[in-house]
Design a protein around this ligand. Structure first.
Ligand code: AMP
Length: 232
């Protein structure tokens, strides 16, 4: 599902479900965006899928955005991303990654060898789709009991699929002006939740996927094409 308001993306969601659950899930998705003037749901039959383990989760809080971003950069470095390339990508994210203004629907792809942007359409970005939890309700309950949010449930699924598809590391913060928590994720470190990665009221957000440039085609095919169910 994707929804927008006055041409700006406001909400998106992915589900991988059984045929008998389609009516109930369609209703849930219709209610998901708070405000919108456009909503589109695409339904596709998936013939085959794979399973993967979700990334382990950790959480860190800081007194300022500056400290939180420095920590995020250090985690990217620990994940094998050269510091200068990570910093430059973070600056683009903070300014707004869409060259035409506004947020992107998908993620920026950055080549870890030279910092080049690789996404075929830099106004749209690349979207991680066709993933869900094997037992969404169970995982949702578990995360909420431990003080996490529904957002974490969805973001952890995106980040876990990204690592499965060969993304070396990811940096994300939301475009919701009231949601200040973001994360760094990588195979090495898992899903590292970090707050506050932006200032209250800031409407700019997005995702950066750091990849080896020569693997671009296979990574994009996996992110957009492969169906994946995650186990907690
Ligand atoms: P959100 O965490 O939903 O606020 O999303 C923050 C930003 O991440 C959005 O503005 C998009 O640029 C990007 N994004 C959201 N969902 C996806 C996805 N499934 N795949 C790639 N990028 C996404």
């Amino acid at each position: 599902m994707r929804a927008s308001l006055r041409g700006m993306h406001v909400s998106g969601a992915e589900r991988l479900i059984r045929q008998e659950d389609i009516p109930a899930v369609l209703c849930q998705l219709l209610k998901r965006p708070k405000e919108h003037d456009f909503l589109k749901i695409t339904l596709e039959r998936v013939e085959s899928w794979e399973y993967a383990k979700a990334l382990p989760l950790s959480s860190y809080s800081f007194k300022s955005v500056y400290e939180a971003r420095e920590f995020a950069l250090s985690k990217l470095k620990d994940s094998g991303i050269p510091y200068d390339i990570a910093r430059k990508a973070m600056e683009i994210l903070a300014r707004g990654p869409n060259p035409e203004g506004g947020n992107m629907r998908g993620a920026m792809l950055i080549d870890i060898e030279n910092g080049d942007r690789l996404e075929p359409d830099p106004t749209r970005g690349v979207r991680t789709v066709r993933m869900d939890w094997e037992s969404r309700e169970e995982m949702r309950k578990l995360l909420l009991e431990r003080g996490f949010t529904e957002r974490t449930l969805d973001a952890l699924a995106v980040a876990s699929k990204n690592v499965y598809c060969g993304v070396m590391a990811e940096l994300c913060w939301s475009d919701d002006p009231n949601y200040l928590t973001g994360y760094v994720a990588s195979k090495k470190l898992g899903y590292v939740r970090i707050t506050p990665l932006k200032e209250q009221g800031d409407p700019v957000g997005g995702r950066v996927y750091f990849i080896h440039g020569q693997k671009l085609t296979e990574i994009v095919q996996c992110l957009e094409g492969k169906a994946l169910l995650l186990r907690g």
